[in-house]
Every structure is written in C-alpha cells, then in structure tokens.
Design a protein around this ligand. Structure first.
Ligand code: ZN
Ligand code: ZN
Ligand code: ZN
Length: 336
C-alpha cells in the first residue's frame, strides 16, 4: 500500500509510492557525471572575483587575515531578475490583475576562490567563510531598503539544477513580496504556535529524536540534519539549528562551525550514495521585518535533482516520491 503523508511544516502532501519503491542507491547511475575536473574552461567568476574590489564587488567578502587574499566575494548578478531602483514598489490593481514594479536585488555569492571546490570536499574554514558571507548579506538587507520583504539565499549545483556557471557560487534574490512557500510555512507554524504555545520546528527536533525508525542523518551539539517525514523528492534533506532562531544571521560562532561540519557531512553522504548529483538548496528564514518570530525557525532544504516533477505534480502540487525518507536517512547516515 502506498502512503499519503502531510508535511507538518507546510500544506504539502506527498505520496510515498511503495509499489515503485527504489533504494536510494538506484539513482546513482542516472546522475550527471561531473567532468569539470577533466576540462577547465575560462571562468567569469574566477576572473571577476579576482579583480580589485572597486565597483565589481557589492561586498568585498571574507578576507584571509594571514595572506590578505579573498575567501568569498559578493558580485551583482549580470542578468538580475529584480534590481534595486529609486522608484517606489507601486501596486496597481486593474480589475483582477495585481502588478508590482520589479524592485529587489539579485546577487552572486562566490563561495571560494578555488574553481574546483565542491561542498563535499571544501575545507571547513572555507565553508565557514561562506556561511559568514550569508550572514552579512542578511544583515545588509534587513537594515536596508524598507520596500524589500524577503531575501532568499539558494544554490544551484549542476546543469540539471539550473546552474549556468561551474564555479562554486550561491545566489541571493531579494523580493518586495513574501514568497508563497514561505507564507505557507509561516501560516502553518503560526497555527501550531497558537494552539500549543511552542515552535513546531523545535518540537519536530524533539519528536524526530525519539522516532521509532529514525530519519536523522547526523547531528552535533547545535545542528540537526534529517530526511523530512513528507520528503517530496528522493534523498531530500533538512538542516535546522537546535536553538530556536528565526533569523539566520543570529547564528553564533560555535553554530557557524557546527553548521559547516553538518553541511560537509551531509554532502559527503550525498556524494557517496548518489555520486555527485545536481542539487538545489534553499535557506528559509523569517521575513525581513520580523526577525524575532517565536513560531518560525530558520532551516536549509536540500533537494538532490534525481527525478522530474511531471503532470501529476504540476497539476496538484502533490509529489510522488519513490524513496522513503527512512531508507534515504539510513543510506546517508551509513555512507557518512
Ligand atoms: Zn572559476
Ligand atoms: Zn523553534
Ligand atoms: Zn522551508
């Protein structure tokens, strides 16, 4: 029998199709083989990020104190989806149509000067520099343009995940609206908080620690990684801080170092089980004007791109997943 599971954190439903069930390792051969190491090509990020800071960089980035060279850089996106502007984010209603001017921001976060770095092998100090750069950008946007409502930091890795550049980089898009997926998570979390007077994400960590069949991949003193109960995709992973916090940039030095270790561990597992697959990750935080929310808890969602959403998914927003999160967690845990 298949199972239909509801995600406790959003209004997402998932069909676990046990009849078509696959082992996580079954996806290994179908994934992209990375050839980057074999044939280096001219890279605009190596070139641009290496230029003197001047007007190229939005933020000079984390600098290596010993050598004086850069460890991360923040550059403007050459083809921004949204851009800062002086005009007001005007709302127009025309009969039934709602229109807003495309004000916002679109940045490229260069994660490392080394073209070859991938997260599974990136040195921990470099990963920490990347995390500190994310924090700096959240801080910048929270205290800047009041028209901006939300900032999403995400990473596309591999062609199938939408990455057009090979050089390790993340992106930031700032929007004048709260994205629907975040709105849904906020709504569900608020509902739970009003009924139970506690954060559902804090509760989730407590419940998952006691689950009979574990979905936990790994944890340390301050960070927790698991395969969500209602995973939409094979080997989907969520990472949460154990301490309640709605704003990513409130992370402590200790948590930065623990998060780097967890990310490194998760991606080592992902590579071992799936063989360097394309993936996306997204950081979900509270909207810009509400950093201290008691009912929302920042987290990272990682989605290896192994299957394609098709007609049923597009038509219903219900996902069919052929790998149980319990199996996926076990494989990732054992690999790590
Ligand atoms: Zn490069
Ligand atoms: Zn919490
Ligand atoms: Zn989320």
């Amino acid at each position: 029998m298949s199972e239909i599971r509801k995600d406790p954190l959003s209004y997402t439903w998932v069909v676990l199709a046990t009849e078509r069930a696959k082992r996580p390792h079954a996806f290994r051969k179908r994934t992209e083989i990375k050839e980057r190491r074999a044939k280096p090509r001219p890279c605009p990020l190596c070139e641009e990020a290496g230029l003197p800071i001047k007007e190229y960089a939005i933020w000079p980035g984390v600098i290596d104190k010993k050598t004086g060279t850069w460890k991360t850089r923040v550059l403007p996106n050459k083809y921004p989806a949204l851009r800062p502007g002086l005009e007001l984010a005007q709302t127009e209603m025309d009969a039934i149509f709602h229109l807003l001017s495309g004000v916002g921001g679109h940045e490229v976060i260069v994660e490392t000067p080394r073209h070859e770095d991938v997260l599974s092998v990136m040195p921990l100090d470099q990963m920490e520099a990347m995390i500190r750069t994310y924090c700096q950008r959240y801080r910048y946007w929270r205290s800047s343009d009041p028209r901006i409502a939300y900032v999403l930091i995400f990473k596309n890795y591999g062609l199938a995940a939408g990455a057009s550049l090979e050089h390790p980089h993340s992106q930031l898009v700032a929007t004048p609206i709260i994205p629907p997926r975040i709105f849904e998570e906020l709504t569900e979390a608020k509902k739970y908080y009003e009924l139970n007077k506690e954060c559902i994400y804090c509760k989730l960590i407590e419940v998952e620690k006691k689950a009979e069949i574990s979905r936990v991949i790994l944890e340390n003193d301050t960070m927790f990684a698991l395969c969500p109960f209602a995973s939409r995709f094979p080997c989907e992973v969520s990472i949460l801080p154990k301490r309640h916090s709605a704003a990513f940039e409130d992370i402590t030095q200790r948590e930065v170092s623990d998060l780097a270790k967890i990310l490194s561990g998760v991606f080592k597992g992902v590579d071992a089980v799936l063989g360097d697959p394309p993936y996306n990750y997204m950081i979900h935080v509270a909207p810009l004007r509400t950093p201290g929310l008691l009912y929302y808890h920042w987290h990272i969602e990682i989605i290896p791109r192994l299957t394609m959403p098709a007609g049923f998914e597009w038509g219903t927003d219900i996902y069919i997943n052929v790998v149980s999160p319990e199996e996926a967690a076990r494989a990732l845990r054992e690999a790590e």
